[in-house]
Design a protein. Structure first.
Length: 255
């Protein structure tokens, strides 16, 4: 039988001045203020992976979560840019779809210039003023922006997460499973890979080895992959579970 070697620190605490430091925020803790950058990755030696996330609504523990679509801006082809030279680190857009933008609503999202086929991560954004928003980027623009260029904003997957739901046949994109109950407006470590626990839907029992996807009945739950539904498998059952009970899952959402 193999000898199991333990580290001399607990893996449920992270951050601070070292891998085992107790100064940071643990994976079973939430915080009203950010301790790490949104999207920061924590990978443990047992293959579990977590991403630092912000909840825009309260979430019950052990549920699938997705990104709040409040950040999503569909492709725009109206030519609403203020021209910007190569090397600039900000882009200004005038668009009615941005009229309700709050300060840093799009922080961590991705600004895609569809004309130049370039994508830039957004560092911050101004409050909308007469539908005008200025986006500050992490990296300078490579190709100059013309006023006639088309754009799209893709949400940062971990900034503003909510319970994943199914509605009208449209499935939310699951980005992780939360290991604890989360208060709206708080920050936490969202699990994206490795052994996790998820709520089984109310329709069918799960057995070990079943491929699991987002549940279709109970918001945030998982269920056996339905061959008639076009939605991705998010993991595989590592144990059995009755309906409406929690099931161990080998989660695989990209790490």
């Amino acid at each position: 039988m193999a000898t199991y070697k333990n580290h001399n620190y607990t893996i449920n605490r992270v951050g601070g001045e070292g891998k085992g430091s107790r100064a940071g925020q643990g994976i079973y803790a939430e915080s009203s203020t950010p301790k790490f950058a949104i999207g920061e990755k924590l990978e443990l030696g047992d293959n579990r992976v977590f991403r630092y996330s912000y909840a825009s609504a309260a979430i019950v523990s052990g549920l699938c979560v997705s990104t709040d679509n409040a950040q999503l801006i569909a492709a725009d082809t109206n030519g609403t840019f203020t021209a910007a030279s190569a090397g600039a680190t900000s882009i200004t857009v005038s668009d009615s779809t941005l009229g309700s933008a709050t300060k840093d609503l799009y922080a961590g999202a991705y600004f895609g210039n569809l004309t130049n086929k370039e994508s830039y991560r957004i560092k911050s954004n101004t409050v909308a003023a007469s539908n005008i928003v200025t986006f500050t980027l992490y990296d300078p623009i490579v190709t100059a922006v013309a006023s006639s260029d088309d754009y799209i904003i893709t949400p940062g997957p971990y900034n503003g997460v909510i319970t994943a739901t199914v509605g009208g046949g449209a499935y939310d994109r699951v980005v992780g499973i939360n290991p604890l109950a989360i208060t709206s407006g708080y920050y936490f470590w969202l699990q994206t890979k490795g052994i996790a626990f998820a709520l089984n839907d109310s329709d069918n029992a799960v057995v070990i080895g079943d491929p699991l996807m987002l549940g279709t009945t109970v918001a945030g739950s998982v269920q056996i992959k339905d061959t008639g539904v076009d939605t991705p498998v998010i993991g595989q059952a590592m144990g059995a579970a009755a309906t409406s009970k929690y099931v161990p899952i080998m989660l695989n959402l990209g790490g």
